[in-house]
Design a binder for this molecule. Structure first.
Ligand code: GLU
Length: 495
């Protein structure tokens, strides 16, 4: 018989974004850590849209979340949205009310606001409402008065027996707080909609979530959630809170303060590979045992454990001039180099299409190996390879055509004119061009450098360009000869 004690049940985790903005890099990291935990432990990854806040939800935000997640390319196994589950939330509220664990609060205006404070300090509860008799409460409700439903948090002050709420967080360790310090939080708002606390816990219980992995900003909410799970008669899941992502000055990353750098789509549109972005986010708050930084996804999933998650806030380094953390850019360059050429070509193609180049898949496949070492962001492929597509080269300084170390315009002219003579008879492939142009250099009594530079600048319009023979092969004979002729004309302007 299998020994079930040695096989932990497969975990069920959820990522539960509220569609009130674009997909934040911190949310993406929460998603990724949940995904890694599920995959590492052969568990189930659930996506749940927390969309009960009808006033703040937008379709644009829902799209941005799905766009961002699809770009990451990490799949989930089950999908829900809370707005489809309102009956379940109402049932949970009823259940708590019937057990005497919740009461109606008829106080107008602030009824749904848990953070109301009074002159005495933090607001905990309104005794007038908490102690309203059931008859009175029913009568006022029946007369149509609106109310919020609040959790009746155990109070030990009177009896002198304080109830201590405690749990062991998977990252932050043992946590506890006296229930007397927790306010009677709302479960239903006065418009009848469930609050985040109620909807989230009712769903977590119904969906059998085993581990809640979420941002550290929810750590203190956990006490309220423990009370709800207890009230619903459900076993509380394990909790693990993730350290915050902060800016170099220590401030929490926010769109209002830090702009597009906190949005996942900014990384996508600037040419990060999903694998590199995921790799970067994983290192924000998680340290693998092997101390490696560059890692493919499979390796990260194999190594990922909650024990490796740190408590310290994770700093994302950026400046006004440079929006991306240098480590993210370095990782992206590494991932670009490690990707099979065909795959990299298909990642680069949309950037050319968007920039308006008529770039066939064949041509992109041909240039990809030539530029892969030269770009750190996919977007840079345009600048590195535009001369492969341009009808007319962008204007360049004819002085660039002059060979280095004592060359002059006359020497450049000799090189280019000779190239014009020999190239029509050369097959345009690496080896033939190599042989022909080295022989041409010998004929002119030149070393390779002074021979190649004028040709390189003539065909590419710049000195800093991919390897010459491969480049000429992709450009083809006609384009090369044309550009060399134009370069000779440019040299005339130098006199
Ligand atoms: N909808 C909540 C948020 O976006 C989920 C928090 C949680 O994971 O419980 O912050």
């Amino acid at each position: 018989m299998p020994d079930s004690t040695s096989t932990p049940l497969a975990p069920r985790v959820r990522f539960a974004p509220s569609p009130t903005g674009f997909l934040h890099v911190g949310s993406a990291r929460t998603f990724i850590f949940n995904w890694l935990f599920a995959r590492h432990n052969h568990g189930t990854m659930i996506l749940r849209l927390d969309d009960t806040d009808v006033e703040r939800n937008t379709d644009v935000s829902v799209r941005s979340i799905f766009d961002g997640l699809h770009w990451l390319g990490l799949n989930w196994d089950e999908e829900y949205k809370q707005s489809d589950r309102l009956a379940l939330h109402q049932q949970a509220a009823q259940d708590l009310f019937a057990k005497g664990l919740a009461y109606r609060d008829f106080t107008p205006a602030h009824s749904g606001d848990d953070n109301q404070s009074s002159a005495q300090g933090a607001w905990l509860f309104n005794p007038g409402m908490r102690e309203l008799s059931r008859e009175e409460s029913d009568r006022r409700a029946a007369s149509g008065e609106s109310f919020a439903l609040r959790y009746r948090v155990p109070r030990g002050l009177k009896s002198g027996v304080a109830r201590i709420l405690s749990f062991v967080d998977g990252v932050y360790g043992a946590q506890s707080k006296a229930a007397d310090e927790v306010e009677d939080f709302a479960l239903l708002r006065s418009d009848g909609m469930p609050t985040y606390h109620l909807a989230s816990c009712a769903d977590d219980a119904a969906l059998n979530i085993s581990h809640i992995i979420r941002g550290q900003d929810h750590l203190t909410n956990t006490y309220k959630h423990l009370l709800i799970f207890e009230g619903l008669g459900a076993t509380a899941p394990h909790f693990a809170h993730l350290p915050l992502l902060v800016a170099p000055d220590g401030a929490k990353l926010s769109k209002r303060k830090h702009g597009p750098v906190v949005s996942v789509t900014t990384y996508r549109d600037s040419g990060f590979l999903p694998a590199a972005f995921i790799n970067f986010l994983c290192l924000l708050g998680w340290s693998p045992k092997n101390d490696l930084e560059f890692m493919p996804l499979e390796q990260i999933a194999a190594l990922f454990t909650l024990e490796g998650v740190n408590r310290a806030n994770a700093v994302v380094n950026f400046t006004d001039a440079d929006p991306f953390d240098p480590k993210a850019v370095w990782l992206n360059a590494e991932h670009i180099r490690s990707l099979p050429v065909e795959k990299l070509a298909s990642e680069i193609a949309p950037f050319f299409a968007e920039a308006g180049y008529n770039a066939t898949p064949e041509k992109i496949a041909a240039i990809t190996p030539l530029i892969r070492e030269r770009i750190k962001l996919l977007r840079e492929a345009i600048g590195a390879a535009d001369f492969f597509f341009l009808e007319e080269l962008a204007p360049y300084d004819p002085a660039e055509l002059i060979p280095p170390k004592g060359g002059d315009a006359a020497m450049a002219r000799r090189v280019l004119s000779h190239a014009l003579e020999v190239l029509p008879a050369v097959t345009f492939d690496h080896d033939s061009l190599d042989k022909a142009l080295r022989e041409a250099a010998a004929t002119l009594g030149l070393k390779a450098g002074p021979m190649f530079q004028p040709i390189r600048v003539a065909v590419c319009g710049r000195k800093n360009a991919p390897p010459l023979f491969e480049t000429m092969t992709v450009l083809g004979r006609d384009v090369c000869l044309n550009r060399i002729r134009q370069a000779i004309e440019k040299l005339e302007s130098l006199g």
